[in-house]
Design a protein around this ligand. Structure first.
Ligand code: G16
Ligand code: MG
Length: 212
């Protein structure tokens, strides 16, 4: 029996625009060019690595302490924006797929780079639905390193080769494959040549898994 590990942002709920607004505010305040194209590079990437990508466009160099302050500034705005998230923000097909997986006895987990995972799940009303949650607070290395998915597999008490990862980020597909898992790409991640399957809808995942 396979287990399914879901990425959070971009798979269960889309917080892309909220990340954009918060980073944009930080960048504008510091005179750093930032647009949606750069925001797209941050998908699935940790907060600290996201800041490094943004600062490539800056002419100034920043100390570790200043970087911490910039991240804190961004996260304070982001967390306030998360307050508006609600159950209806869950992406199409997710609740139906989760119900079918549960009915079939398939274990499900979250594997997210976000340190705000618990808050997001709570806001959308899915905090008690998953058998395991692995997030950015528990790992040293973010995607494309497989660490977060390996933590999820360990919590599910399942071998990595029995895990199927659902991801919207290329870095996440790389992480799943580095962890010896099956990788299903949705959205942007479809451009990854490493993906085992590419889907447009959640229901296609039920077909891949042969759910009744
Ligand atoms: C998510 C987002 C990334 C974000 C990262 C860290 O990852 O896709 O854009 O930078 O979390 O978020 P936070 O600042 O809340 O810790 P995932 O893995 O859920 O797609
Ligand atoms: Mg994602």
């Amino acid at each position: 029996m396979k287990s399914v590990i879901f990425d959070l942002d971009g798979v269960i709920v889309s917080t892309d625009d909220l990340h954009f607004q918060a980073w944009k505010s930080m960048a504008d305040r510091n005179g750093i060019p930032f647009d949606r194209q750069i925001n797209n590079l941050l998908r699935g990437v940790s907060r600290a690595e996201s800041l490094e990508i943004i600062l490539r466009k800056s002419e100034k160099s920043y100390s570790e302490q200043q970087k911490q302050e910039l991240m804190q500034y961004k996260n304070d705005i982001y967390v306030k924006l998360l307050d508006n998230l609600k159950h209806s923000d869950i992406l199409p097909g997710v609740v139906e797929l989760i119900n079918r997986l549960k009915k079939a006895g398939v274990k499900i987990a979250i594997g997210s780079s976000s340190k705000n995972t618990r808050k997001i799940l709570q806001k959308i009303g899915l905090e008690t639905v998953f058998d395991a949650i692995a997030d950015g607070t528990e790992i040293q290395h973010s995607k494309p390193d497989p660490e977060v998915f390996l933590v999820a597999a360990r919590k599910l008490e399942t071998k990595p080769e029995n895990c199927v990862v659902v991801e919207d980020a290329v870095a996440g597909i790389e992480a799943a494959k580095a962890g010896n898992m099956t990788a299903i790409a949705i959205g942007d991640a479809a451009s990854s040549s490493l993906a085992d399957y590419r889907v447009n809808t959640m229901m296609q995942i039920a077909e891949i898994l042969n759910l009744e």
